[in-house]
Each structure stands twice: as structure tokens, then as C-alpha cells.
Design a protein around this ligand. Structure first.
Ligand SMILES: [Ca+2]
Ligand SMILES: [Ca+2]
Length: 68
């Protein structure tokens, strides 16, 4: 695990149990989206309404997982 990942893991593992719960993962994901901002929305906003709906978020998740 790289230092960056270790840092991120410790940062987001809020209860310190060395496991990421779904809620903790959600925060990582939200942070990732916030950092990437409108660029991510443009890429994944399939219907072009400027918002990511549930179905579009699922696609983002799949893409992120596949790229890891
Ligand atoms: Ca945890
Ligand atoms: Ca949309």
C-alpha cells in the first residue's frame, strides 16, 4: 500500500477498525467527486442535465472500480 493510500485509508477509516464500511467508502467517493468536480459530472452525466442521478453514479462507481 502506498503512503498516499495509507494516508487516505487512515483518514477515511473513521472508526479505526482497519476496514472501510460502506458509509466510509461513500465518503471517499464523495470526496473524489468533489475533487474532480464538474469534469467528472460532464463525463458521467449521460443525460446532460448537469446532475448525477442514481443510475449515473452507479456507472461512475463501476468505472472507478475498473480503473483501480
Ligand atoms: Ca472503519
Ligand atoms: Ca444526469
Amino acid at each position: 500500500m502506498t503512503d498516499f493510500l495509507q494516508f487516505s485509508f487512515d483518514k477515511f477509516d473513521e472508526d479505526g477498525n482497519d476496514e472501510l464500511s460502506f458509509m466510509e467508502f461513500e465518503k471517499i467517493f464523495a470526496n473524489f467527486i468533489a475533487t474532480s468536480g464538474s469534469t467528472m459530472i460532464k463525463v458521467f452525466d449521460k443525460n446532460g442535465n448537469g446532475l448525477l442521478d442514481k443510475a449515473e453514479i452507479v456507472q461512475v462507481r463501476l468505472s472507478v472500480c475498473l480503473n483501480l
